[in-house]
Design a protein around this ligand. Sequence first.
Ligand code: BG6
Length: 491
Amino acid sequence: MTSRLIPVAPFVLTVFGATGDLSRRKLIPALFHRDLDGQIPDDATIIGVSRRSLSDEEFRAFARQALIDHIPTGELEGSPVERFLSRLSYVAADADTDPGWSELASRVSAQDDKIPVYYLATAPHLFGPICDKLGKYGLAEKGRVVIEKPIGKDLKSALALNEQVGRIFPEERVYRIDHYLGKETVQNLMALRFANALFEPLWNNAHIDHVQITVAEALGVEERAGYYDTAGAMRDMVQNHILQLLCLVAMEPPSSLDADAVRDEKLKVLRALKPVDEHNVAAITVRGQYRAGASAGGAVPGYLEELGSTRSQTETFVAVKAEVENWRWAGVPFYLRTGKRLASRVSEIVVAFRPVPHSVFGEAVGPLEPNRLVIRLQPDEGVKLWLMIKDPGPGGIRLTHVPLDMSFAKAFKVRNPDAYERLLLDVVRGNQTLFMRRDEVEAAWRWVDPILEAWRNAKEPPRPYTAGTWGPSAAIALIERDGRTWLEDGA
Ligand code: BG6
């Protein structure tokens, strides 16, 4: 496989928040993997920045530990680790004060033949101050800036944040990461839809009954409770990851994979979402919060115990019946749900087709199950197409519902790269297709804000659910009222 990978152009990547969690768990391992596959040119360098006072050697030791913790041992043998670590250096600097910035500026400008990338792996309130400093020290002129969600906590704060970043970096050099867009299967969704003639003619309300998007996590909020309590599942997962998945399912075929062609189509979907407000919020949304229960065979605490509080009304579960109001999707519900501490970790999109109009098989065979296309993001990424086929054997026709099942791990026998590996190199390539444009983020908030407001005004606490289950019973009622049922594991 390695021989097919094309190295990117030389870059100098500065990671702010370099000793933080995102850098340790995701960015350093992702860069190492790309290096291992020969995609990082010899003269590319990585500068770590944070407030901690560290020498280059100490930062390399930190990065070495990150690799030991997050890369399988077999891949760490031999010289690639030393080659990778030799790319790293470190500067201590604070977003609010000047010391360290001249040093950073001279290190970056000493490499002005390379593409400068600034990854802000920091708390969002530092995005503005860091961009200002990058501007002040002359680092923004050619640079690309990468920021992560949460991009604001509502439309107003998102506008302010985009404005602050936009004062220094033009939109074509701002890369807003939604790591779901870097996942292999998410891109496969585009491949399935637009590289096959099979699905597109059926991809509309004449043939699709409904769509389900589930992003279920078995873990609780654990040590992230402090952040999570200010966000909740709607801001943490629905506003970004789940709406992005919905966009990829629902968008019109773009004219090309050009970044703006794809993002224009996604934006149209976001703008076509049927508004949810105080008039319909109770009927089509459910919010929940987990109580103590069991997960992976052990007892686990409830959200409030993890938070160390008795009062929070933050939701750890959301289900919404969304609708895309356009010709293609009129009348097709998109049932969305996500939650922490659910029964298992499973993220998938189920496209449920309509039943056949008439059964020629007679009553003895029983009802015919409709076809379903299941795109599984995790775990074991893959695609299943559920079909009715004849049960093998003599004795008349019996039908059975079985999946044509393609697990990517089995089919391709290659390691599935982490989303950050692809996204980091796309920044260097200057390809924004898999990054959220400013107006997309703002359109997503325009849909989410009235829901949050309606919940606030209703003053109803989130519905409790036991950890290790599929969420509050009201979420089951939400879909069963429509004569449908949540499909777990695409079954
Ligand atoms: C993050 C959320 O964006 O995505 C987390 O902030 C969540 O709360 C995570 O756990 C899920 O990502 P993944 O890739 O593990 O599905």
